[in-house]
Design a protein around this ligand. Sequence first.
Ligand code: UDP
Ligand code: MG
Length: 366
Amino acid sequence: MSDFTQTVGLDTEKILPIRFEGNYKPSTDSPLISVVTPAHNEEGNVRRFYTEVSQSLNQITDSWEIIFVNDGSTDNSAELMRQLHDEDPRCKAVIFSRNYGFQIAIAAGLRASSGKAVIVMDADLQHPPELIPVMVEKWKEGFHVVNTVRTGYGDKVGFVKKFTSAAFYKVMNAVSEVPIIPGACDFRLMDRVVVDILSRLPEQTPFFRALIRWLGFKQTSIPCTVNARQAGVPSLTFKKMLVLAVDGMVSFSTRPLRWIMYIGFFVTALVIPYGIWALIDHFIYNATVPGWTSLLILNMLLGGTMLVSLGIIGEYIGRIYNQVKGRPLFTVEELCGIEKNLNNQTTVGHSWDKTSEEQKLKREAV
Ligand code: UDP
Ligand code: MG
C-alpha cells in the first residue's frame, strides 16, 4: 500500500463488500494520480491541456498519467493524442468508435485509469489545473472524494449557459431523490476505492454528479471558478444538456411516476363536480348543447395528461429495456498505452477477465 493510501487510512479489503476480481490488481507501479479527460473535437485544446495539467501534476509528483477519452471526435484530436502518447507515455488515450456522450466517456476513462487518486476534468481547460494540488491536499487529509462547486464564471461565459445551468440544478433537485449541490461540476478527485466501485456499477446511463452523492464516503467540496473554454466550441449543445437532465432525473428518481398518479387524481377529482354539474344541466335546465367549450377543455386536459404520463412511463421503460439488453456502454476503436480490456468489462463488471482466465486454465487442463 502506498504512503498516500495509508495516510487516508484506506483498507480496500475492508471497505469493499466485494473483493477485487478480474483484471484490476492494485499494483505497486500504478501511478499516484490519474487525470481522466473526456474530449470531443478538442484539437485546439489537447496539447495545451497536456502542458498545463502536467505542470500542475509535476508540482506534486512525477508518478501520474493523463487519460484522454476521445469521444468520437471528427477533428484531429485522436491524432494529437497518439502524438502525445509517443512523446510522453504517461499520456494515454481511449479512442471510442463513435460519439457516446461525455458521461460515458468519463466512465471509460475511470475504467482505464489505475492511479491511486483519479481526477476528472474537461479538456477545454474550463476547469483550472491550479486546483489539482489543492484537491490532492484534501485527499491526503483523508477525503475519498473532493468535489468542486462553481462559485463563479470567468468573464467570457455567456448568460444563456449560466441560466440553463441554474435551471438544470433547480429542476434536478426538485425531482431527484439524491440532491446535487447547485453548481457541482464534473471536476473532482476520487480515491481508487470510489473509482473501483463506480467502475463496477452496471449503470447504462451513468450520471456521475448524482452517482457520487449516492455513493457516500468521506466527501468535501472546494470552490472553483470556471474559466471560458480555451479553444473550439462547446460540444454540449442545449439538446445534449436536455438529454443529460432527463437522464439525471429518471436515473435518480421514480418521483415523476408518482406525480403522474397525483395528476391523475387531480384530474379525476375535477371531473366529478363537473359531471354532477353536467347532469344537473341536462336534467334540470335542459341546456346541454352549450357544453361544447367545457367538453373541449376537459378532453384536452385529459388527453394531455395521458400523453405526458405515457411519455414519462416510456422514459422508464426505455431505461429498463436498455439495461436488460445489456449492451456494452461503449465500443473502443483503439487504446494508446492502456492494457486493460475496457470493452468487455462494461456490463459484467470485472468478471470477464476472470472467466477468460478460467477458460484458459480449463483448456490447459484438457
Ligand atoms: N464532451 C465529450 N463528448 C460529448 C460532448 C462533450 O467528451 O459528446 C467533452 C468535451 O470535450 C469537454 C467536456 O465534455 O471536455 C465538456 O463539454 P463542453 O465543454 O462542450 O461543455 P460545457 O463546458 O459547455 O458544459
Ligand atoms: Mg466546456
